[in-house]
Design a protein around this ligand. Structure first.
Ligand code: ADP
Length: 584
């Protein structure tokens, strides 16, 4: 076990705090089971000794047989008990790991969660963690027993005759040499198998998830090839791993099992020279057969250890993500004016916002416009504390957001994006998430303002329709309007609409923005608008270009002073609200 594996294992045991007692019991049962498993060897050797010494009696043979059977049944019973108890504790550990991961997800910067495909978290929390079940449930008790039994057998043989006991270990150094050969680069080789499996998982998910696009764009062959490549690599990685491992494993097993080669000649010599009784020789020969088998069983756990190591590392990489260091006591803020003061920010090492400075005041719309990728959503995410600025400050009401508790930021800001998630509860329930104590009438009123009351009322079950059932029937625009109703009901002092009406038809978009402008009278409203026509009346329009503020002012001022804004406006006017490759 390498240092890494030990520390991974120790890390894993941190999740087993409340079931260490159960684990100990399972190990104890496994050991007792293994001891019972030795009984048939002793009984068999007794029978053989009696036969060889010419005094076999039916009664004693029957008694030995009964003892052997009892030992065997005892080992099966205790082994089963051990497995049952160890499975219980394994499932508790799995539960604890999953709870820790989910808890961590709620505490890491939101950007970490939203920036990764949700499937990757599902795979980690469900599938990767599940892989711990087998090693946890089987490895701990069985490995302990498999290591302890040979020690007990050796001790007993040593008691019978120390020379034969020592010689019975003669093949073990050779076995160890083979085992060392097997362990050489084992981690790297096994890592290829695990990576290939992971890649195959991703390829399957992509192939099945994207089947509609694949068929529509007739990409069947290419996508199938990608899938096939991943499956083939998985086969090749496993086959190579098996070939390389078996090169050492098979000779190792053969050599180590051949303890008779050393025990038999020495035993025979000792017997013939009068140094050992026939009964001792027979017992030692039979015991030496039981000495090596458990050791070979223990070897099988090498790949389980490698898997535990890789899984714990993957789990730890999420658990070790730095959390936002925020105070827990809410801060008094006089108003909700947002100020970006020379803000820079990058996802990882690449800076995407450079020296951004602007202010968004209450009462009035502040619009962010600019080509796709210019940093508009990133600005919104910094306000909502999905991420924190790496340079400069983002402040709300004059207070650096880093000095505000996350809960307070979440209460203060409503962030509506175009990817609106609807939970599979009723549509009323989805809207009510904005304010759980809202009355039915308040929910309806918010829906009216977000222009979704009419289409919800037309559904057979109205507001009680489950979002999952309605999912197929709701258009993208309708889903967005439900999310906007949720934000209207939340009634927070800052509202961020990040292309929140992108899928809404222009007529409804204007109407929704109208109601939002009414309800945000004294609020700070920041809009990243899909159609520039909807923000011509904004009090300030900030034009972003490649992560920098290229200009700011009113629509009329910018038409005059900003060539970029003029270009964006002209492109949209020409195409009459059609997409023309420019998100604005
Ligand atoms: P906009 O909203 O104007 O389209 P974004 O703020 O989404 O622009 O993106 C600004 C830049 O940051 C782009 O270059 C984009 O590729 C990059 N970016 C956005 N989100 C992430 C992310 N989660 N991880 C890494 N880079 C990102």
């Amino acid at each position: 076990m390498s240092q890494n594996e030990r520390s991974s294992f120790a890390r894993l045991m941190e999740f087993a705090a409340q079931c260490r007692g159960k684990m100990a019991v399972s190990v104890l049962f496994a050991i007792l089971g293994a001891v019972c498993g030795m009984v048939p060897y002793f009984a068999a050797s007794d029978v053989i000794v009696r036969i060889c010494t010419g005094e076999p009696e039916l009664g004693t043979v029957a008694a030995d047989t009964a003892i052997a059977l009892a030992g065997y049944l005892g080992s099966v019973w205790l082994g089963t008990l051990s497995t049952v108890v160890s499975h219980r504790s394994a499932y508790t550990v799995l539960r604890n790991v999953r709870m820790a991961l989910a808890d961590k997800l709620s505490r890491v910067p939101l950007g970490v969660v939203t920036g990764r495909p949700s499937g990757s978290f599902k795979t980690l929390i469900m599938d990767t963690v599940e892989k711990l079940e087998l090693p946890l449930a089987h490895m701990i008790p069985e490995l302990t027993a498999n290591l302890l039994v040979p020690i007990l057998i050796f001790a007993y043989m040593f008691y019978l005759d120390w020379r034969i006991a020592l010689v019975s270990l003669a093949t073990i150094p050779l076995g160890i040499v083979c085992y060392m050969g097997m362990l050489k680069d084992y981690e790297a080789r096994y890592a290829r198998v695990l990576a290939a499996n992971k890649n195959m998982d991703a390829a399957v998910v992509e192939y099945v998830g994207g089947i509609q696009v694949i068929k529509t764009f007739n990409q069947n062959t290419r996508s199938y090839e990608k899938y096939m490549d991943a499956v083939t690599e998985s086969r090749d990685a496993k086959a190579t791993w098996f070939a390389q491992t078996n090169k050492y494993y098979v000779p190792g097993v053969v050599v180590t099992s051949a303890s008779l080669l050393s025990v038999l000649p020495l035993g025979a010599y000792l017997y013939m020279t009068g140094g050992m009784a026939a009964s001792t020789l027979i017992t030692c020969i039979i015991l030496s057969l039981g000495l090596v088998k458990p050791l070979i069983q223990a070897l099988r756990y090498t790949d389980s250890l490698a898997m535990v190591d890789s899984t714990v590392k993957e789990v730890s990489s999420l658990l070790e993500i730095e959390e936002m260091d925020r105070p827990s006591t809410p801060v008094e803020i006089p108003d909700c004016r947002i100020v970006f003061d020379h803000v820079s920010f990058g996802y990882g090492s690449v800076e995407v916002l450079h020296d951004v400075t602007f202010a968004a005041a209450p009462r009035g719309i502040t619009a962010l416009v600019g080509p796709s990728g210019s940093g508009k959503s990133t600005v919104a995410r910094l306000i909502a504390s999905f991420w924190e600025a790496s340079g400069g400050t983002v402040s709300i009401g004059g207070v650096d957001v880093r000095k505000m508790p996350l809960d307070q930021v979440m209460d203060t800001v409503s962030y509506v994006t175009q990817d609106n998630y609807l939970f599979n509860v009723s549509l009323a329930g989805n809207i009510r998430m904005g304010r759980p104590d809202a009355t039915d009438e308040e929910v309806r009123e918010a829906a009216r303002k977000a222009r979704c009351h009419d289409f919800i009322s037309e559904l057979p079950d109205g507001y009680t329709t489950l979002a999952g059932d309605a999912g197929g029937r709701l258009s993208g625009g309708e889903r967005q309007r439900v999310a906007i109703a949720r934000a209207i009901l939340k009634d927070s002092p800052i509202v961020l609409l990040d292309e929140a009406t992108a899928f809404t038809d222009p007529e409804n978009e204007v109407a929704i923005q109208q109601s939002i402008s009414e309800f945000v009278e004294d609020k700070v409203l920041i809009v990243i608008a899909h159609h520039l026509s909807t923000i011509v009346n904004a009090s300030t329009i900030v034009v972003l270009d490649d992560g920098r503020v290229s200009a700011q002012g009113t629509h009329t001022e910018l038409l005059e002073n900003s060539p970029l804004y003029r270009g964006l406006w002209a492109a949209q006017s020409d195409s009459r609200d059609e997409e023309c490759g420019v998100r604005a």
